[in-house]
Design a binder for this molecule. Structure first.
Ligand code: SF4
Length: 210
């Protein structure tokens, strides 16, 4: 598999926030969200076989492993990697764009699946059939860059009964919308969603390796 980086840090978002976690960042993504903060993962990387990845993860003595990207599901062997990480006994999460089919992901994996709002430039890529494969412990994340994105997210929330399926996370685009503004809208509208800021940005300002 082509890997951009494997590193040990704190989980910066979603329901495992704050846990020491090893991140396995797979190289490549077929999307180009305008606010993407991991463009360095689009190209390059190094080839590792799955056993080498498992050995590197094991070095860090953690309970949580996050498989991320890029778009990890763009590499077919990602499904095997996820399964093997679960077999070892890790709490495994998968960060995915919502544009690729998640139906074959091991049910032990916690999926953190984006739905792309219009401000991402990639809204047309949302694969709505994925919603049928979400479990209660999965999470849907909508990254919001503007009031128009927020209004879109509110409509999607109702239209697809998202909050009844799993936890829904609303997150502001760093530098595009004030976090406080988004928090105020969520409170005013009494939304059944969880507001989140990315911990790694607050702690390390997105420096490499975190
Ligand atoms: S799906 Fe993720 S990695 Fe790909 S362009 Fe969008 S934000 Fe970046």
């Amino acid at each position: 598999m082509r890997i951009t980086e494997i590193f040990h840090s704190l989980q910066g978002e979603a329901d495992a926030i704050g846990w020491r976690t090893v991140f396995v960042r797979l190289t490549g993504c077929p999307l180009r969200c305008v606010w993407c903060d991991t463009e360095y993962s689009f190209h390059g990387g190094q080839w590792h076989d799955i056993d080498a990845i498992l050995a590197e993860v094991a070095r860090h003595d953690v309970g949580h492993v996050c498989v991320t990207g890029g778009e990890p599901l763009a590499q077919k062997r990602c499904l095997i990697l996820l399964q093997k990480l679960c077999d070892v006994g890790y709490e495994v999460s998968l960060e995915t764009s919502g544009a690729l089919d998640v139906s074959a992901v091991d049910p032990r994996v916690r999926k953190v699946m984006d739905l792309k709002a219009p401000g991402s430039g990639e809204s047309a890529r949302n694969l709505w059939s994925n919603l049928a494969f979400l479990h209660q412990r999965d999470q849907v994340k909508i990254v919001i860059a503007s009031r128009a994105d927020y209004d879109w997210a509110c409509s999607v929330l109702v239209e697809h009964a998202l909050a009844a399926r799993c936890m829904v996370l609303f997150s502001p685009v760093h530098g595009a919308i004030s976090p406080r503004q988004l928090a105020d809208w969520i409170i005013e509208d009494r939304l059944p969603v969880r507001f989140q800021l990315q911990l790694h940005k607050l702690l390390w300002n997105d420096a490499a390796g975190h």
